[in-house]
Design a protein around this ligand. Structure first.
Ligand SMILES: [Zn+2]
Length: 316
């Protein structure tokens, strides 16, 4: 029996074409999916009229060159995934229609409208989707120029829709930008205020940077000027908290308390002495003639000072 091709409108019978070229025949693939793909491709359906058996074959003429491989012994076979694609009906349209622009899903609509309107919009969109789908199906079954135009129209509609969306988005962003700018100016004002406050507070702070004048540094450190102080400071390199110049033999807690107590007592002694000194008799130089009684004078003044107000007021 002469092998024949099962593709409609194909008259290939036998292993050679009318021009004498060798033609191979291929059986349908065994895997159901690929088998279905082939049946779809040749535009037939399995039924009473058409049944795929071992002898049902598709000839070489329906395959693109890249779908066919040749084994070492010269036998042709279809590569994995190869599907017949060259048919009598496909030859009629040499110019392929341009592929439609890639469709992007619409961005989710902002809730500018009420929920009912958005749902109706969503319905509309799904409806258009369905329409586009049906139209594309129509065009695939029969290349009808009118339906083509319809798809184009629909596509242009979708374009304007997209444009509208983009414009809306831009407007939203502009508004947001304005808001952010206002916020920014507000924050800048606040920052200025805080900086001023910081300046005021830092002016009150007792720190090194405040006493840069020679008089101040002389007053607080006893050094002739600020440059000298800075030189000494850098030489000692005390680091933060002065840990670099802290003595190794640290005072014990007891010693610290004792030193503090002595210091506070010393202040009292100083004050008491001052009280005695405040008597007018000690203004100016004590004449040498009073040398013999100077001790009695001092003792007496001390005695008198005891009758004055106490050193520590009762409140403190
Ligand atoms: Zn054929």
């Amino acid at each position: 029996m002469v092998t024949s091709c099962c593709v409609p409108e194909c008259n290939q019978k036998g292993k050679k074409t009318s021009t004498g070229e060798k033609v191979s025949f291929f059986e349908f693939p065994r895997t159901p999916l690929r088998k279905t793909q082939w049946i779809h491709a040749i535009r037939r359906e399995e039924g009473k009229q058409f049944k795929i058996v071992d002898g049902t074959k598709v000839c070489l003429l329906h395959f693109r060159r890249e779908d066919i491989r040749k084994s070492f012994n010269g036998r042709a076979y279809v590569v994995a995934g190869g599907i017949p694609s060259r048919f009598a009906w496909s030859v009629h349209s040499p110019r392929k229609r341009k592929a439609p622009p890639k469709r992007h899903p619409l961005p989710p609509k902002k809730k500018l409208f009420t929920t009912t309107s958005t749902s109706s919009q969503a319905e509309l969109v799904s409806e258009t989707d369905a329409m586009v789908e049906s139209v594309t199906q129509l065009t695939s079954t029969a290349s009808n120029s009118k339906s083509n135009r319809n798809t184009d129209l629909l596509i242009s509609n979708r374009d304007t829709d997209l444009e509208f969306n983009v414009q809306k988005k831009i407007e939203d962003m502009e508004q947001e930008l304005l808001k952010l700018r206002q916020e920014n100016t507000g924050l800048k004002k606040k920052l200025d205020e805080l900086e001023k406050q910081h300046e005021v507070i830092s002016a009150r702070l007792f720190c090194l940077e405040r006493f840069t004048s020679d008089a101040d540094s002389n007053f607080y450190t006893g050094l002739p000027n600020y440059t000298t102080f800075l030189g000494l400071f850098n030489f000692l390199d005390p680091d933060e908290d002065g840990e670099n110049i802290r003595s190794d033999a640290q005072m014990s807690a007891e010693d610290v308390v004792r030193t503090q107590q002595i210091a506070s007592l010393r202040i009292h002694v100083e004050r008491a002495i001052n009280k005695i000194k405040n008597f007018r008799i000690w203004n100016g130089v004590v004449p040498l003639s009073l040398f013999s009684v100077v001790n009695q004078m001092w003792t007496f003044c001390a005695f008198l000072s005891n009758t004055q107000d106490p050193l520590i007021s009762s409140i403190t």
